[in-house]
Design a protein. Structure first.
Ligand code: AMP
Length: 279
């Protein structure tokens, strides 16, 4: 696995792959890799001739400077974790590569960026859309792999790729969880053992609520009960706990079209998100 830090060097390599007709997959990450990230890497290696994993902590998607500062940066151990996989390149651009002096373009996606994390983290999805458009162009990828743990993000980057004719298929991959049900996240590193244990109530609550709605309980009261359960277990505040239609993330009152539950909740100063399909 080659470590590349400049977009020109990356372009030189991908040009050669293109000439020989090889398909290219990219896995965008912010590092601090865990088994959730590695499941995307594994899916990319299974599907593509060449695989690029990117590692860039994107300042434009953090609406809170303290969150950005606290974000773990672990390039060396990330490279060790990738060694068993058939990854061709670990691409680690710095801020100047991504946002040189004079950089002035922001990509903003209407509709699917509204609500949920878009409402509680202003500017977050503009930052995501902008960096992902750049990473897809820089890697010249045919396929880009994203986790369903960030389901709204998958919908945002799908729109970016389609709307800007980037010719890159967005491949969603299932959420990887701890045995307790807690979705793996770099942010879990900031929870102590007891908090991590308590956090398992998030998935348990989503599962119970999804089951209740699928079996005919009225969604509003099922969601109220779920909010009560999270708060009773010492989690909170709750940024949102909502049911949305899968296709376009529209707010719905029932699950006649495929729908999902979405939650963002705080625990010991750490913001955790998760989502689950109903039925
Ligand atoms: P991040 O480094 O947090 O930006 O995440 C990079 C990619 O890994 C994104 O596509 C995330 O959705 C995905 N990811 C993060 N956690 C998980 C997980 N538990 N299961 C599957 N994919 C994940």
């Amino acid at each position: 696995m080659k470590i590349i830090r400049s977009k020109s060097e990356l372009r030189e390599l991908t040009r050669g792959w293109r000439v020989s007709g090889e398909s290219i997959g990219v896995v965008p990450t912010m590092g601090a890799l865990h088994d959730g990230h590695l499941s995307l890497v594994s899916a990319a290696c299974a599907r593509c001739d060449r695989v690029i994993v990117t590692l860039f902590v994107n300042p434009k998607q953090f609406n809170n400077p303290e969150d950005l500062e606290k974000y773990p940066r672990t390039e060396d151990s990330d490279a060790v974790k990738l060694a068993p996989y058939d990854v061709d390149v670990l691409y680690v651009p710095d801020g100047a590569q991504m946002y040189p002096d004079g950089f002035a373009t922001t990509i903003s996606v209407d509709g699917v960026s509204d609500g949920l994390c878009g409402a509680t983290r202003p500017g977050h999805f503009d930052g995501v859309a902008t960096v992902v458009a750049k990473l897809l162009r820089q890697s010249d990828a045919d396929f880009a792999f994203f986790g369903e743990k960030d389901y709204q993000q998958v919908q945002v980057v799908r729109r970016v790729s389609e709307d800007l004719d980037l010719n890159c298929e967005i491949v969603p991959c299932p959420t990887v969880r701890e045995d307790s049900g807690l979705a793996l996240s770099s942010r879990n590193l900031r929870l102590d053992d007891a908090a991590r244990q308590r956090a398992s109530i998030i998935h348990a609550t989503l599962s119970e609520t999804a089951r209740a709605i699928a079996s005919g309980q009225e969604a509003g009261s099922a969601l109220d009960k779920a909010r009560g359960s999270l708060l009773a277990h010492g989690l909170g505040p709750i940024d949102y706990l909502e049911m949305r239609r899968e296709r376009d993330l529209a707010v719905v009152q029932d699950n006649t079209a495929p729908a999902r539950l979405f939650v963002a909740v705080w625990l010991d100063g750490v913001r955790l998100i998760d989502n689950l399909a109903i039925g």
